[in-house]
Design a protein around this ligand. Structure first.
Ligand code: HEC
Length: 202
């Protein structure tokens, strides 16, 4: 009987020991969140902007509508999930999800959670006061999140997100058909448009 208790005790202790070795501290998780988020934002956002601008210049603004976010392109449908899988393996994490969010939405599917909205509102305040805007990395109820600001860095963005006079008429008509509730307009150059949102489970 005593022997059995001892064996159970040793097993429990060794399991605890293994778990301790594998689990990383909160500080390390946040550090890893920052690293993974920055890489993901590049891998996700860089090619999207390149493809959007290339299509806009080669085929015209109207034909580039589905390239912002790339919801209908091979890159977001096929390549992005592969990149996410590769990052999950390389960084030894449970899951990774990279998307975009904003306060004024075009695609209602990009709606921020309450915590994400708070970060976006803080950025707006800072932007109004001309203060520096930094990415945010935090633990949101066990899901680790990275938010990196997306700015209206090019006048070309205004073709589809600018004021009525500035927008490309035909392209915007197509956008309104796809997104009748669109609110993502009246931006000016350098405004904060939203965030790349990275969600990680360790
Ligand atoms: C040719 C039109 C077009 C151009 C140019 C364009 N966008 Fe968009 N944008 C869209 C469309 C359409 C969507 C909705 C796509 C989706 O997420 O399903 C969108 C969505 C977004 C979103 C996601 C948030 C939301 O409202 O749903 C962000 C962020 C964004 N655009 C930023 C930019 C930036 C920054 C630029 C310039 C680099 C830019 N866009 C240029 C058409 C455009």
């Amino acid at each position: 009987m005593k022997k059995r208790i001892l064996i159970v005790l040793l097993t429990v202790l060794s399991v605890i020991n293994i778990n301790c070795k594998e689990s990383i501290s909160e500080e390390e998780k946040l550090k890893k969140t920052a690293e993974i988020s920055k890489i993901s934002a590049r891998l996700y956002g860089g090619p999207l902007v390149d493809m959007l601008f290339m299509t806009m210049h080669d085929k015209g603004v109207k034909n580039a509508v589905e390239y912002c976010g790339g919801y209908a392109t091979e890159y977001t449908k096929k390549t992005v999930p592969k990149i996410e899988q590769r990052m999950i393996q390389d960084f030894n994490i449970k899951s990774l999800d990279v998307r975009r969010t904003a306060l004024k939405l075009r695609n209602p599917g990009n709606k921020p959670s309450e915590t994400e909205e708070k970060v976006l509102l803080e950025w707006e305040e800072k932007y109004k006061k001309n203060e520096e805007i930094n990415p945010a990395f935090f633990n949101d109820n066990g899901i680790y999140k990275g938010m990196l600001p997306i700015k209206m860095t090019s006048p070309d963005c205004l073709n589809c997100h600018g004021s009525e006079e500035r927008r490309h008429k035909e392209a915007y008509a197509k956008i309104k058909e796809l997104f009748p509730e669109d609110k993502a307009v009246d931006y000016e150059l350098n405004d904060i448009r939203g965030a790349i949102l990275v969600k990680i489970e360790f």
